[in-house]
Ligand binder design. Sequence first.
Ligand SMILES: Nc1ncnc2c1ncn2[C@@H]1O[C@H](COP(=O)(O)OP(=O)(O)OP(=O)(O)O)[C@@H](O)[C@H]1O
Length: 472
Amino acid sequence: MKKRVLLIDDESRVRASLKVILEPTYEVIQAADAQEGLDLYHKEAPHLILLDVILPGTDGLSVLQSLRSEDCPAPIIMLTGTKSVKTAVDAMKLGAADYLSKPFDAEELRIVVDRALNSKELEREVKSLRAQVTQRYAFHNLIGKSRPMQEIYTKIEQVADSRTTVLITGESGTGKELVAKALHFNSGRRDRPFVALNCAALPETLIESELFGHEKGSFTDATARRVGQFDLANSGTLFLDEIGDLSAMTQAKLLRVLQEREFTRIGGVQAIKVDVRIVAATNKNLEELVRKGLFREDLYYRINVIALYLPPLRDRGEDIPLLARHFLSKRIEEENRPHQEFSKDAVDLLTRYPWPGNVREMENIIEQAFIWSKGSDSVTLEHLPTIVRNDSRSSSLRDDTLAGRLSLEKAVAEFEREIILDALKKNNYIQTHAANQLGISRRMLKYRMDTLGIGRPDSENGGSETDPPVQE
Ligand SMILES: Nc1ncnc2c1ncn2[C@@H]1O[C@H](COP(=O)(O)OP(=O)(O)OP(=O)(O)O)[C@@H](O)[C@H]1O
């Protein structure tokens, strides 16, 4: 079936000639003014619109605006006068797919129309592929296709819809809060509140009042009754992050709520019944805290009914490229920037980096790469922060040595060479400064440079003027 092109132009001569050019490939429908054009758009749902800027009554730019405000899926190509560059720019800003300045020839018209339709097609394909990938590799905003992540998805599905308390463990930034949200939004409580409280962020004096609320006059600052998080989360989920940081007294009170499903506000006498599902998280080793007497054993057993462990990112390497692409595409979409991919060596480097701050650190690093790669076709090594580049280099030296590809002596020399070069570059090749930074004498630096064969970049800028001669 031929694709439909809607042509909105008041000059019948222009309409007739455009029709002749396009008709062999497309079905052309025509309108002579804005109103007729909008009516035909609603009736015929065209695949592409050719819209003249100058129309009697309502002009083309206003029509463009109203089509865009309706989320018109068809690309719109503006037909402008020769001298109206500003109008063309305005039209592009308002969301036109392209423009053609009159007079244009048949070939130009065909190219612009084909290109707009193809890129729309491509956009649609990318969207649908992305949706498919997200469906397969994601679970409620959690991205990851590694085995541990697939297991987490299965467990979430299995336990989400019960009132059982869940304990999520894992290093900082591994996604514990996202898992807690996934549990909530996949449960029957999804329309009720999800309340998150970071137990480590509040001083001990405040945490109890934050959790349970207080009655007016219960302490000096309690000028009014305050509702606590348990009240707010009633019939929903309460996410207690960093639970290992709770004081002994708050641990005792929390145990009571978990056992009796009721609590009392500070300064209150009346027990309040609640139906709250608790999801707790920690990056500490709770068993060890129990052994040291810092965490109540009975509370530990109460919250550790179902345990979910999120492994660090470095242990789920196949998720690294997936997450990196996810964060990059998200930013590209948000800022409406042209599509970019990572170069192969950038992906390799990201995969080798140990990610001590896990997914949170990755989000941050991809944000930096996104900023530095503005205007480039792809995200390459040079757009990644030095911390990733250096760390990955040292780990590849280590890997090569352990795999027998490089002798220890050579690996150490290579490592030393890179550090010395870095120090020299940072200090503009002034050896005295570089030596200071490295904590060695200038003579020693000179000696190491000679041994490792490090020369100056060129004698003009090599810092020789500023460096005093080495005293023998
Ligand atoms: N699997 C994932 N897919 C997509 N985004 C993720 C994933 N894991 C974590 N993130 C993102 O990384 C950031 C940190 O995640 P989150 O706050 O859930 O970690 P956390 O383990 O609770 O950290 P902390 O222990 O420091 O509280 C968030 O912005 C989150 O959206």
